[in-house]
Design a protein around this ligand. Structure first.
Ligand SMILES: C[S@@+](CC[C@H](N)C(=O)[O-])C[C@H]1O[C@@H](n2cnc3c(N)ncnc32)[C@H](O)[C@@H]1O
Length: 252
């Protein structure tokens, strides 16, 4: 079911990736990430997990930064592969499961992922696997959102509804994550996800710490750092969007 969801989402997703790559957002994203990884001496190997249509390979690759993008969904990898050829970037993409990769131990200087972890059936298994394939002192950069917590927690529901009103007053169309009536596919997907009712990023911080990572930075709303204030609201992005930077300090 989760895979079918991403196959169906591929066409739209790929169009949005192309649009984002050709907008000012690409520069903001690249600046933010390159600033977080500037401590590493290049050349470096980067793994983008759940690469989708290849946004991170497109914006992060250079002569000294080789990016491998992996994704479970073949159609996403086809789209990513086409874009990598079109824009001639120093990347490779492969079909592979985030939780069970075929890479050797200590392969990467950086693992990065955006909007992936929330959809994994067993994120602890994934974090163990990522510890294995990351080099010692390598960096893990996670961008994700608490898309569904307002369905499970009254306080979050209040915050969600308040933000919703503010955004609708601005004339913005709000994406109602997990809404049974208006987003039935997303509602069904939500019910299947392991992380739907977990408090994040706290859940990730606790587990990553137990799994050999040192937490270097947590931002509860990275969009407000990357873009001007209210940019997120104007886009109708209502869910809290967080960033975690962690360093692998020991192998498991
Ligand atoms: C919301 S998209 C994010 C894509 C990309 N990171 C971006 O931000 O543009 C989530 C992606 O995760 C992929 N995915 C879902 N489960 C996966 C798994 N177990 N292993 C690898 N990729 C997975 C989906 O196919 C989809 O392309």
């Amino acid at each position: 079911m989760i895979k079918d969801y991403w196959v169906n989402a591929t066409e739209n997703f790929s169009k949005n990736t192309e649009k984002q790559f050709n907008s000012h957002e690409a520069i903001k994203w690249a600046d933010f990430i390159l600033n977080e990884i500037k401590e590493l001496e290049e050349p470096i190997e980067i793994l983008d997990i759940g690469t989708g249509a290849g946004f991170f390979p497109l914006i992060l690759s250079s002569e000294t930064r080789h990016v491998i993008g992996i994704d479970l969904t073949e159609t996403m990898i086809e789209e990513a592969s086409n874009k990598i050829k079109k824009y001639k970037v120093n990347s490779d993409v492969l079909v592979m499961d985030a939780q069970d990769t075929s890479f050797k131990d200590n392969s990467f200087d950086i693992i990065i992922c955006r909007n992936l972890v929330w959809t994994l059936p067993d994120p602890i298994k994934a974090y163990k696997e990522w510890n294995r394939i990351l080099k010692k002192d390598g960096l893990l950069l996670i961008f994700d959102g608490s898309w569904y917590i307002h369905h499970y927690d009254e306080e979050h529901k209040k915050i969600f509804n308040k933000k919703r009103k503010e955004m609708e007053n601005l004339g913005v169309e709000v994406y109602l994550y997990g809404d049974k009536e208006t987003r039935p596919d997303d509602y069904n997907l939500m019910l299947e996800t392991y992380l739907k009712d977990k408090y994040r990023p706290e859940w990730d911080v606790k587990n990553l710490t137990e799994l050999g990572f040192d937490i270097e930075k947590v931002l509860e709303e990275y969009m407000d750092v990357m873009f001007e204030k209210d940019y997120r609201a104007k886009q109708g992005m209502i869910a809290p969007l967080f960033f975690i930077k962690a360093k692998k300090i020991k192998a498991l």
